[in-house]
Every structure is written in structure tokens, then in C-alpha cells.
Design a binder for this molecule. Structure first.
Ligand code: ADP
Ligand code: ZN
Ligand code: ZN
Length: 733
């Protein structure tokens, strides 16, 4: 007998090749099975999508190739995973093959069956070598009343849950307990053990959370029950984690946005920590939102569980519901997969969904131990000495703290603060020859570095245009603030009589592997008194002795063209404020200082009251009036080309050719515009905003537009086009 499996292979996103290719096989292959198939002159990894025993019309044996082999010993990817991949490809306008293969660990592509068998054997042996210690009671905090209430509500919830909890309210403990509840639920016989996916926005945050999850769960569930998945891992590590998740030996997967695609046959809970964080949105390839996909995935998994596992199984054999299952007695709800989104400053999308009742909002307004949130102090820069970067009262307040043995955090918004080198005689600035951006002055190694294309040169001795020797930085970066602060605090002594110590933490100072950990340790141990840094210092870290946080250049975001800038600023400042006074004993005196030229700005007024709901309501009203997300729906058509003209020509032709496409009358196509950073690495960039008030219309229009876009590539006016891409639900426009 001959089968005609349709198989998904990695086809380039815009090749226009169909979603699946048809092969031949003597064996019936399960949907989701991983196979190796010939493609052109190579042999590549593929995922079986379907396996009919009749050929598609028009195909003959002579015209199809034979499946080269099946990756044996590896269970098939289940229906929920395939549905997630299919949905992502459709929604984000990419090819099925691109999304499916990108969702698998890269090393899987290189393994043959023998190598894989060896890996699996080694895995099994390792797993068997470390049996879980007795299933003793798990350690944990006694829950606060708010935590207990939240967990109770979560247990009964049937909609996605938005956990709106102040910084320091103990959200992590809620994640841990919710995870525990899932892991302690025995999966029905013949089903994969229950699993939990926990997502964090950045790799930097995984070590801390990882430590807490390991500490909590490994004693009971065994070493290897917690694995990580993020881009900082080696391909070999990623494969190991992926296999552990796929085969069910890992019960908890902790990861960044890529982890949303992990194969988790027993998935019952997805936690998305700091759900508002922009890093959940991918900025390349399929530009997916891992948060949105998490919500979708939980729904698909729940439907599958409710249907008795039909979708969960590799084959088409639905499992009948056992007697009595599905009853809701005793607080037991149908088996389902929940999604828990946590944040102190939820995204306006999620907040709006909760307003509408699509999500269940749970609140934890209090901090653990009853500590108060830091008091907000606005420093009116209009009343400070001319040219002061740091207001004298702020410096004085920091000095007092340090003298008391407390720590301070100084937060810089890097945007608008790049230290560019300039000549004050002729006006020369350190532009990048390949980009429409300035290169940043790095004092440490005396280089000028482009943060867009990476082009680096040593600092010139004199102005390249006029020969002036006196070239100096404009704008202040973290390095300079660090230096200035050290000077301003030179007379301040710590309680031990030592001079105050200032350190800096940003993308540069933490580039070396492990250096972030070293710097964090220095802060924790009290070696450092003042830490200066960019957004990365505001996130998640649990610093005990920080009692003062200062935001010194917040204003740039108040008037940014990006309509999401205020939302981001509010989140950043709230999060930064949350770093202060985490020790309840000191929290009474903890303060957040903000230097601003606009102390009356409504954003600061709501921030002062820690009133996120008021801020959100205000922003949502503005968004509704302007038809912006979450009320409107957007996509960007982006084009990169050798010339700006070609990039825009492609967009304009694409818009013309859209005439007559389905739902065109519901869609607004805006004029093509250059990106803010118009040129990067000698490539000109342009974009066109696509807007509508119907998500369905947007989806159907974009699908119909795809083939048109492929065709527009070869328009003579667009000669020099390098690439194009569609970004659905873009984060910044
Ligand atoms: P969030 O993530 O909401 O900002 P965390 O989860 O980091 O807050 O919790 C803040 C601190 O409170 C942590 O040090 C945590 O260990 C501690 N904590 C959490 N829950 C409790 C509890 N029920 N009792 C005592 N301490 C707790
Ligand atoms: Zn000059
Ligand atoms: Zn450059």
C-alpha cells in the first residue's frame, strides 16, 4: 500500500511555495511525526501534516519523492501544537513551514534516527539516575490573604486570568502555587504527565525565577523536572530541554517568548509574567506576540481536553470521556489549560479585555508585609540650576541614604540620551556612514559605535570636518552619569567609613557572559551603593536595600510620536519604583524621584497616586477616540530597499494593487513613510500602516494581499527592493 503524506518543510517565508509538499511512503505516518525528506539536493526535517492513502489530484508516483526516514523513538507532535503553529502562520502572515520549523530546536534538523536514539537513551538514563526524593510537602510561604483569594479565584476561573498585582505583592508565589496545583493533579492513565509553561520577558530574568522553581519543585519532582528554553542557550542545551518537554520528563518549562512553541503534551497552565513587556513580541521572522499566542494556546488545549483528548492524540482516535468526568462537584473543574497573565501595569490590551469581561481580573494591591509603595517626588527641572543633569536636592537625598547604609538606583531612559560626539565649532556630529543615525561615544574603549549596524571606529583625534581638537559628547549616557555621580558623591561616606561606590549596569557592561550575575551579586552584597542603568535594572530584580529610585530623563517619552510611549513609560517607572522599599522595614521611607520639566503632566499625576486603573482608563479613552488598538486593528507593511524611492514604490504599488481585494473598503491604507531610523547598514526602510476596526477584515484582507505582494516584488519601479514583511499587531508604528 502507498501513502501520500503531506509534509511541512522549512520553505522560505515568501517563496510562495504551498504550505505542504506531498511525498510517498510505504508506511502510514502519524500526523505530527517528524521525518526526513528530500528537498532539492538536500535532505531536510519535516513534520507530517496529513497522511491520506490516495494521491492528491494530478499527482503520480513518478512525480513524487519518497520519505527518507522517520525520526524513531520520538512521539509525534500533538494536534494542539500543530493547531498553534497553523494559527500562528495564518495570523502573522507567514508560511506554515517557516513557523513550524522555527518552532523546533535547530539541532533537531541535523539529527538522524541513530543520533536521536542515542540522545533519547542518554536522557532516559539521566532521568532515571535522579529519582525524586519522597513526595514530601512542598515548602513555601504562608499565603497572604490576597494570594489565597487570588489562587481560589484562579482555581475556579474558566477565562484567561489577568493577575493585576502591585510590585512586591507576591505574584511569584501565586505562580508557584498554581504550578504546584497542576503538578499534583495526576494525569489520567495513558496521558502525558501534567506540565506548566512559565514565560518571562527576558533571559536576564530566568536565572532568578529558575532558582525559585528548582528549589520548590525539584525535591519532590526530581532533578530535570524544571527546564529552560531561551535564546541564550547553546543548540545542544535547547535540544535537551525541548526533548525533556516533548517526552514529558520535564514538568515545568521556563522560558522567553520562544517557549510558547515548546511541545508540551501535558500542558495545563501557562503563566506569562510581566505580560505587558514588549519583548513578548518578536521583531523578526513571524512577528508573533507570545502573550497573545499563550492565550490562544490555552484555549486550544482546553478545547482538546474538553473534547476528551481528541486533538491531543497524535492519531485520529478520540478518547471517550470516562464516567463522571466533567462533573464540577467539590471545586473540581473540567480538565483544562489555564492561562495566567501577571503584571503590575498590564498591557492596555489585556486591561481592556478584563474591562469587557473576556478576561478575569484578579487584584493584589498590597505589598507582602504591608509595606507601602514608595512615595513619588517630582523634581521640577524648571527650578534647578541651569545645565544641571542631576538636581541638587536629589543628590543630597542620595547622600543621606548612602550614609545610612541604604542603596539607590538611577534609571536612564536610553532613548533620546545617546552620547553623541560633536564639534561645537562646525557642528559636526558622529554620524554613522551607513545609517541615518548617530554613533554613540563609548568612553571605555574610546570608540564610536553604531547601535543599529554595529559599525565601530576609534574616536578621531580631531573633528574630521574642521580639525578642531575640542570635540565633546552631547547628551549623557550611563557612563557619564556614573562618572558625574561619583564626583557629586565624592564626600559621602558609607556607615563603614568607606567612600560611596557607584556602578553602572547596561547592555554594554553586561555584554560579557556572567558579568550581569557578578554585578547583581555586588549589589545584593551591599558592595555597591548606587547603581546607574537603563531599563534592564528596573526589571524583576529583588533588591532588598534600595530605598531610593530616581528616573532622570523620563520626559522624552511624554511627547514621543509612538502612541504607546506613555504606556511604556508608566510601566517602566512603576516597575522601577517597585525596586524600592521591598524590605517592609524600610519601605515607609522609600522614595521614587523623577526629574521632569512637566510636573503637571497627567501621567505623573496618576503615577503619583500609583493609580494604574486611572491611567489605563485615560489612555483607553484616548485610544478609543483615535481608533487605536485595542479598539482598532493594525498591521504594517514594511519594505527595505537600496533606495528610499524603491522601498516606497513597492509599498505604493502594493496599495494600488489591493484595489478590489476582499474587505478593501473596510481597510485604511496610509501613505508610505520612511522609518524613524530611515537607513540601517545602507538599506533604506519604509513602511505603510494598515488600519481597520475589524480584526476579521484585517485577517482576510492580509491573506488575500499576500500573493499580490509576492507579485509586486518584480515591479520595475521596485527594483532594488531587498525584502518586505508584514507585521500584524505591531508594537510601534
Ligand atoms: P512580585 O512578583 O509581585 O513583585 P514577589 O513575588 O517577588 O513579588 O514577592 C515579593 C517578596 O515577597 C519576595 O521576596 C517573596 O519571597 C516574598 N513573599 C511572597 N509571598 C510571600 C508570603 N506569602 N509570605 C512572606 N513572603 C512572601
Ligand atoms: Zn568641526
Ligand atoms: Zn550604522
Amino acid at each position: 500500500m502507498v501513502f501520500w503524506p503531506s509534509i511541512v518543510v522549512a520553505t522560505p517565508a515568501h517563496s510562495g511555495v504551498g504550505a505542504t509538499l506531498t511525498y510517498r511512503s510505504e508506511l502510514s505516518l502519524a500526523p505530527g511525526a517528524l521525518v526526513r525528506v528530500p528537498l532539492g539536493s538536500r535532505e531536510v526535517l519535516g513534520v507530517v501534516w496529513d497522511c491520506p492513502d490516495t494521491p492528491p489530484e494530478g499527482l503520480t508516483e513518478a512525480r513524487t519523492k519518497v520519505v527518507a526516514g522517520v525520526l524513531e523513538g520520538l512521539p509525534a507532535l500533538n494536534g494542539c501544537w500543530r493547531q498553534l503553529v497553523k494559527f500562528s502562520a495564518q495570523y502573522y502572515q507567514r508560511s506554515l513551514g517557516e513557523v513550524a520549523l522555527a518552532a523546533l530546536p535547530p539541532q533537531l534538523r541535523e539529527l538522524d534516527s541513530t543520533q536521536l536514539a542515542r540522545r533519547l537513551k542518554r536522557r532516559a538514563k539521566a532521568a532515571a539516575g535522579v529519582p525524586p526524593t519522597a513526595p514530601e510537602a512542598l515548602q513555601g510561604h504562608d499565603l497572604s490573604a490576597e494570594q489565597a483569594e487570588a489562587l481560589q479565584a484562579l482555581a475556579a476561573a474558566t477565562a484567561p486570568v489577568l493577575l493585576y498585582g502591585a510590585t512586591g505583592s507576591g505574584k511569584t508565589e501565586v505562580y508557584l502555587r498554581a504550578t504546584q496545583a497542576v503538578l499534583e493533579t495526576a494525569a489520567p492513565e495513558n496521558e502525558a504527565p501534567t506540565q506548566v509553561l512559565v514565560m518571562v520577558p527576558e533571559i536576564n530574568l530566568t536565572p532568578q525565577l529558575e532558582a525559585r522553581f528548582r528549589e520548590r519543585f525539584e525535591p519532590a519532582f526530581g532533578a530535570g523536572s524544571v527546564v529552560c528554553l531561551h535564546s541564550g542557550m547553546t543548540p545542544a542545551q535547547r535540544l535537551t530541554s525541548w526533548l525533556a518537554a516533548h517526552t514529558g520528563s520535564a514538568r515545568i518549562v521556563l522560558g522567553t517568548r520562544m517557549a510558547v512553541f515548546a511541545s508540551l503534551p501535558g500542558l495545563r497552565l501557562i503563566v506569562v509574567d510581566e505580560e505587558h513587556d514588549p519583548s513578548y513580541k518578536s521583531q523578526e521572522g513571524a512577528r508573533y506576540s507570545a502573550r497573545d499566542l499563550a492565550v490562544y494556546r490555552a484555549k486550544v488545549e482546553s478545547e482538546a481536553l474538553a473534547a476528551g483528548g481528541a486533538l491531543l492524540q497524535a492519531g485520529p482516535h478520540p478518547r471517550p470521556l470516562p464516567e463522571g468526568e466533567g462533573a464540577r462537584g467539590g471545586g473540581v473543574v473540567n480538565p483544562r489549560c489555564q492561562v495566567l497573565l501577571g503584571s503590575a501595569t498590564p498591557s492596555l490590551e489585556s486591561w481592556h479585555a478584563a474591562d469587557q469581561g473576556r478576561y478575569l481580573r484578579l487584584e493584589m494591591p498590597g505589598r507582602i508585609g504591608g509595606g507601602a509603595l514608595p512615595r513619588l517626588r517630582l523634581v521640577d527641572m524648571n527650578h534647578q540650576p541651569k545645565g544641571a543633569v542631576l538636581a541638587p536636592p536629589l543628590v543630597a537625598a542620595m547622600g543621606e541614604r548612602i550614609a545610612r547604609g541604604e542603596q539607590c538606583l538611577v534609571l536612564l531612559n536610553r532613548r533620546g540620551y545617546a552620547p553623541v560626539l560633536a564639534c561645537h565649532d562646525c557642528g559636526w556630529k558622529s554620524g554613522c556612514p551607513h545609517c541615518s543615525a548617530y554613533r554613540v561615544f563609548h568612553k571605555l574603549d574610546r570608540t564610536l559605535r553604531c547601535h543599529h549596524c554595529g559599525f565601530t571606529e576609534r574616536v578621531p583625534r580631531a573633528c574630521p570636518d574642521c580639525g578642531n581638537l575640542d570635540i565633546a559628547p552631547v547628551g549623557r549616557g550611563t557612563e557619564q552619569i556614573e562618572e558625574q555621580l561619583a564626583g557629586l558623591l565624592v564626600d559621602v561616606k558609607r556607615p563603614d567609613g568607606q567612600p560611596a561606590r557607584v556602578a553602572r549596569m547596561d547592555a554594554d557592561s553586561t555584554r560579557l557572559k556572567g558579568s550581569l550575575e557578578v554585578q547583581l551579586a555586588a549589589l545584593h552584597s551591599g558592595e555597591v551603593d548606587v547603581l546607574v542603568g537603563t531599563q534592564m535594572i528596573a526589571k524583576g530584580h529583588d533588591f532588598r536595600r534600595i530605598t531610593l529610585v530616581a528616573g532622570i530623563n523620563a520626559d522624552s517619552a511624554l511627547f514621543a510620536s509612538d502612541y504607546r510611549a506613555p504606556e511604556r513609560l508608566f510601566a517602566l517607572l512603576m516597575q522601577a519604583a517597585g525596586r524600592a522599599g521591598r524590605d517592609a522595614a524600610q519601605s515607609g521611607a522609600s522614595e521614587m524621584w523623577i526629574q521632569t520639566w512637566y510636573p503637571q503632566h497627567p501621567l505623573f499625576v496618576t503615577l503619583k497616586k500609583h493609580d494604574y486603573p486611572a491611567f489605563a482608563a485615560e489612555q483607553l479613552t484616548e485610544r478609543e477616540q483615535a481608533g487605536m488598538p485595542p479598539y482598532g486593528f493594525q498591521a504594517l507593511l514594511r519594505a527595505d530597499a537600496r533606495t528610499q524611492q524603491a522601498a516606497q514604490a513597492f509599498l505604493n504599488i502594493a496599495a494600488e494593487q489591493a484595489a478590489g481585494l476582499p474587505h478593501r473598503d473596510q481597510i485604511t491604507l496610509y501613505p508610505a513613510v520612511p522609518l524613524t531610523i530611515q537607513r540601517v547598514a545602507n538599506v533604506e526602510r519604509a513602511q505603510m500602516l494598515v488600519e481597520t476596526d475589524s480584526r476579521g477584515a484585517l485577517q482576510r484582507f492580509l491573506s488575500a494581499w499576500q500573493p499580490v505582494l509576492h507579485a509586486c516584488r518584480s515591479a520595475p519601479e521596485a527594483k532594488g527592493l531587498v525584502r518586505w514583511a508584514v507585521d500584524v499587531d505591531p508594537l510601534s508604528i
